[in-house]
Design a protein around this ligand. Structure first.
Ligand SMILES: CC(C)(COP(=O)(O)OP(=O)(O)OC[C@H]1O[C@@H](n2cnc3c(N)ncnc32)[C@H](O)[C@@H]1OP(=O)(O)O)[C@@H](O)C(=O)NCCC(=O)NCCS
Length: 394
């Protein structure tokens, strides 16, 4: 609290900035609902395509609606040749999140409805982005490795097609479904940093693509979406189950963070982490290599134990903790983990940006404009005298 009694420097924790109809995170009970439905039911009964429709349209699709939406997504998977040209000119070392962020305005330039701000045009733009982002992420991975991009297959599901475009070979059905579940779990999480960034840009009446660029930038940070790659780096660094305890203990005692642990909202187990732990175990059996699952579990146990000792409280894994070893076992390169988060979260971002634009949960759209207390140089209400450059001593 500042001297004036206002809350500051708390990362807006607990400050309600809007109403939303899209999702609810119950941090005490560890529940996450999308448009009224529990994610635990969605991962059993739905696909990412169906969940994307739900997030955008506020209801589960009827069979005919889902069929139409799936066909639209399939027909929008191709990206303009300019995208490939731009990628071929990029340094191979460019981070996939930066490439994704840079590719989105190119998509904007090719969108025939870019400046059509009707609700229906925004749904179409959202559908195009959901369809095309996976093609961009997969294409960059191949181009930077000196291979040709694999063109999307209309025969495959959204999840299966991404794995296919990445590796060039057809994924087995179980892995494609596991990846589909990962996409469902990452699709939406209320007013997290990247969604808020997207909504904030949308509140200026910027178009959907500009808002999505902001969201991608926010997601890239290591304490937000970047955490999943950091978890994998940690797993690779620790390497063996028997090193987990000492590594974690040293890290925490030095005041460092164990990536993938802790959450700003959940004070109990993140329900997504519980589901991902199960997928991780299943994949370990499927690949015949339990190392990554066992190592992740050992780090979780050591972190919880050490945290209790050091801080006298509990800490739990978040969505990024088990997704790292899951993606690794699926053959996804570590620096693609955060772009993979983006190809899922695009559905939630788009739903939020549309909600923001059309004030679907508010009486009217409003430009975000928070305030700050000025604590810099102050010479009085008339401001400081301006010193010409030749008279400045330092
Ligand atoms: C997500 C995160 C930013 C939430 O942090 P937060 O809301 O600020 O959490 P809190 O402030 O309640 O943390 C309480 C304490 O636990 C510590 N803590 C939180 N997460 C920690 C972690 N992963 N490793 C070690 N210590 C952690 C904080 O440093 C703080 O310590 P202090 O009280 O001595 O200052 C934080 O948990 C974190 O950085 N996690 C690692 C990054 C990550 O996985 N991000 C993905 C989030 S989905």
């Amino acid at each position: 609290m500042s001297e004036t009694g206002e809350t500051k420097n708390i990362g807006l924790r607990g400050v309600k900035v809007a109403d939303t109809r899209i999702s609810d995170v119950d941090g005490e009970k560890g529940n996450l609902i999308y448009r009224g439905l529990n994610i635990c039911d969605l991962v059993v009964h739905s696909t990412f395509e169906e969940v994307s429709f739900l997030l955008l349209h506020d209801h589960l699709p009827k069979a005919e609606e889902l069929k139409r939406f799936q066909s639209e997504l399939i027909s929008e998977r191709e990206v303009p040749e300019t995208i490939y040209g731009f990628m071929r000119m990029m340094p191979k070392s460019a981070h996939p999140m930066d490439v994704l962020e840079a590719a989105v305005p190119i998509l904007a330039a090719y969108d025939p409805q870019l400046h059509d701000e009707s609700r229906n045009a925004n749904f179409k733009k959202a559908t195009r982005l959901i369809a095309k982002l996976p093609s961009i992420v997969a294409a960059w991975d191949r181009i930077r490795k000196g291979s040709e991009p694999v063109r999307p297959s209309p025969e495959l599901t959204h999840a299966g097609n991404f794995l296919y475009m990445l590796s060039g070979s057809l994924p087995d059905r179980a892995t494609a479904r596991d990846f589909d579940i990962c996409l469902i779990l990452h699709a939406e999480h209320s007013f997290n940093a990247s969604t808020f960034a997207g909504r904030e840009v949308a509140s200026t009446h910027a178009h959907l693509y500009a808002s999505i660029v902001a969201a991608i930038g926010a997601l890239s940070g290591e304490i937000h979406g970047g955490a999943n790659s950091e978890v994998m780096k940690m797993l690779l660094e620790i390497g063996e189950v028997n090193r987990a305890k000492s590594w974690v203990s040293e890290k925490l005692q030095k005041g460092g963070k164990v990536m993938g642990m802790g959450h700003a909202v959940y004070h109990t187990e993140d329900p997504r982490a519980s589901i991902l732990r199960g997928i991780c175990s299943r994949l370990a059996d499927h690949t015949g290599d339990r190392k990554w699952f066992e190592l992740t579990k050992a780090i979780e146990a050591s972190t919880r134990e050490e945290f209790r000792k050091l801080k006298g409280k509990e800490i739990y894994p978040n969505v990024d903790f088990y997704s790292a070893s899951v993606y690794h076992m699926m053959g996804i390169p570590t620096d693609l983990f955060t772009p993979v988060f983006a190809i899922s979260r695009i559905s939630g971002w788009a739903a939020h940006i549309i909600e923001e634009k059309f004030a679907e949960a508010q009486p009217k759209p409003e430009l975000y404009r928070p305030d700050a207390d000025y604590v810099g140089t102050y010479c009085g209400p008339e401001a400081c005298p301006y010193i010409p450059i030749e008279e400045r001593s330092k």
